[in-house]
Structure formats: C-alpha cells, structure tokens
Design a protein around this ligand. Structure first.
Ligand SMILES: Cc1cc2nc3c(=O)[nH]c(=O)nc-3n(C[C@H](O)[C@H](O)[C@H](O)COP(=O)(O)OP(=O)(O)OC[C@H]3O[C@@H](n4cnc5c(N)ncnc54)[C@H](O)[C@@H]3O)c2cc1C
Ligand code: FES
Length: 280
C-alpha cells in the first residue's frame, strides 16, 4: 500500500452508530440502545471497545442478544473519563464501536444442560445477552431448565427492572431477586447472593452448569457456594474484567498467565481460572 492509498480494514477504526434510546437504569448506570446489529454480528459474552469522539474508548460487554434484531445494547456504569462522557451523550448522537472481541460464552457446551445464572449488580449485563439468547423462540428448545439469581446492593441498584418483570412472568424459568439491604418500599428478598444461592436454590448440581458474573468479591463467594453445593470447577463459568486497551491481542495490557483475556477470555471456566496466578 502506498502512503496515498486509503487505509482499509483498519481494526482500530470504530463503526459510528447513532444512539436510538437511552434507558436510565440506576443513578449511575445507563443502557445505550444503538441500531446496528445487522452490520455488527456477535455472540453472547463478547465485548466491544466503545469510543467517544475526543474522550477515548473503553471495553464494555454487549448486553443485547444476537437474537434481538437490529438492536445493539451496552449498559454502562459511570466511573471515569469515558463512562462520564458517555453518560453526557444524548439520543441521536453517534458512538464509535469496534469489535466484537473475546471468546463469548461456550454455547455449544451449554446446550442440553440446565443453566443457573448468578448475577450481581451490573454483572447481569453480559449474562443478559446469553439469557435472552437462550430464551429466544429459536433457541429455547436447545437448553434445559433455567434459574436466574440476581442481586444488587439495594433496590435502587437493580438494573434491567423493566426486563426482570418480563422474565418473572415466564413459566419456563425461575427468577430469584435479592438485595443486600432493602428500603421502606422493598417487599422482596434480602440477603447476599452467595448466601441466598446456598439457602434457597435447591437443585441437583450434577445436572446443571452455572454462569456467574458480578463484582470480584461476589464471584469469589458465589464460586465457594457453588462448590459447596456440589458443582465441579468445570461446571462453573465466569467472566474476567481485566484492564484492556487494544482488544486485539496486540498491546499485552490484559495478559494473565498464558492468556490475553481480550482474546482467550473474557469467559473462562473456573477449572481454568483456579490454575491462574492470583492477580486476576
Ligand atoms: C471485557 C470487559 C467488559 C466490561 N463490561 C462492562 C459493562 O458491561 N459495563 C460497564 O459499566 N463496565 C464494563 N467494563 C468496565 C469498563 O471497561 C470500565 O468501567 C471503563 O473502562 C472505565 O472507563 P473510564 O474511562 O470511565 O474510567 P477511567 O477514567 O479509566 O478510570 C477512572 C477510575 O476508575 C478505575 N476503574 C476503571 N475501571 C474500573 C472498573 N471496572 N471497576 C472499578 N474501577 C475502575 C480506574 O482505575 C480509575 O481509578 C468492562 C470491562 C471489561 C474488560
Ligand atoms: S487488550 Fe491489548 S492485548 Fe488484550
């Protein structure tokens, strides 16, 4: 290629997609609904680098399901530079998206199994992509029973409340929602996710696979509960949130043990994770 020829297929070049809708989930989490699924195909559990012109980019799980038609969604917690810039954006403005990256959930391996989803806080975002994939009319028959346990610090920290109600109405899944501490209007369950899991999810572990995502401390104690319930490390699947930059296996920022998390992850079985260095 000569210097004068335009650069094509540049993997760092984001696709610009307009924001079709913004859903305020909590005081610091918003879901951005973009149109563009048909030109951006992905698998549940994959992520993308989301770019805000002039502010930079950051990795986010794709929370919509590939079965959702045109829609591509990200649920984003306001933390620092990029996430604050995203939270200031309005419907109609364009966001840059490059990807999809990562391995995604092992869908073939999960087929014909009962699935126990355990989510904490915004950790429901990547799980939601797989949940809606599994619940879609075209794939529901490929999976067994579905159990979803979801928890957040308080009722106002629960995300996707508008969808939890729809899941609750379905007869082909069990949903348990819990909060660490209630408030004056909360009539639901109160208790930490790992504890509610052990006390209230009565299943025969050998018939299930569990997919876990949430804050590191929740993941740690949820895995402990699952092991106590009889799950083997290979039956437990989780996702890692390492610091990332390129998403392409080039910069080395997300390296852990023999893996680049942006390539071989972010989804791992606990069987693999338990042999990795403690740093994650
Ligand atoms: C594969 C993957 C998927 C992810 N999916 C999501 C998602 O679906 N939704 C979502 O909201 N976030 C997700 N994240 C985390 C998200 O990438 C970070 O929140 C984001 O990079 C922060 O960017 P920033 O520019 O706003 O913060 P910065 O300005 O870079 O950071 C501000 C401060 O926050 C700290 N910080 C940065 N990231 C985190 C973090 N994750 N947790 C706690 N402190 C942090 C920094 O160390 C710094 O002190 C994901 C990360 C990965 C790797
Ligand atoms: S983020 Fe650059 S190698 Fe993974």
């Amino acid at each position: 290629m000569t210097a004068s020829e335009p650069e094509i297929n540049n993997p760092y070049l984001p696709l610009l997609l307009p924001i079709a809708e913004i859903i305020e989930e909590t005081r610091d989490i918003k879901t951005f609904r973009l149109r563009g699924n048909s030109i951006f195909s992905y698998l549940p559990g994959q992520f993308a680098e989301v770019f805000v012109p002039g502010r930079g980019e950051a990795p986010f799980s794709i929370t919509s399901s590939p079965t959702d038609g045109e829609i591509l969604e990200f649920s984003i917690k306001r933390i620092g530079t990029v996430t604050t810039a995203l939270h200031r954006m309005n419907q109609g403005e364009e966001i840059g998206v490059r990807g999809p990256y990562g391995n995604g959930f092992p869908i073939e391996e999960l087929k014909n199994h009962n699935l126990l989803f355990v989510g904490g806080g915004i950790g429901l975002a990547p799980l939601r992509s797989l949940i809606n994939y599994v619940l879609s009319p075209q794939h529901r028959g490929e999976f067994g029973e579905i159990f979803i346990l979801y928890g957040a610090r308080s009722p106002e920290d629960l995300v996707f409340k508008w969808e939890l109600g729809k899941w609750e109405e379905r007869e082909d899944l069990h949903l348990l929602v819990t909060v660490d501490r209630g408030d004056s209007s909360w009539r639901g369950r109160v208790g930490l996710v790992p504890q509610v899991l052990k006390e209230q999810v009565k299943i025969k572990a050998e018939e299930w696979k569990s997919i876990v995502c949430g804050p590191p401390i929740m993941i740690k104690f949820t895995i402990k509960s699952l092991l106590e319930m009889g799950f083997s490390p290979s039956q437990i699947i989780t996702t890692l949130e390492m610091k990332m930059k390129c998403g392409l296996g080039k910069c080395g920022r997300c390296n852990i043990g023999p893996f680049y998390v942006c390539q071989e992850g972010p989804v791992f079985s606990y069987e693999v994770l338990q042999n990795l260095p403690e740093e994650y």
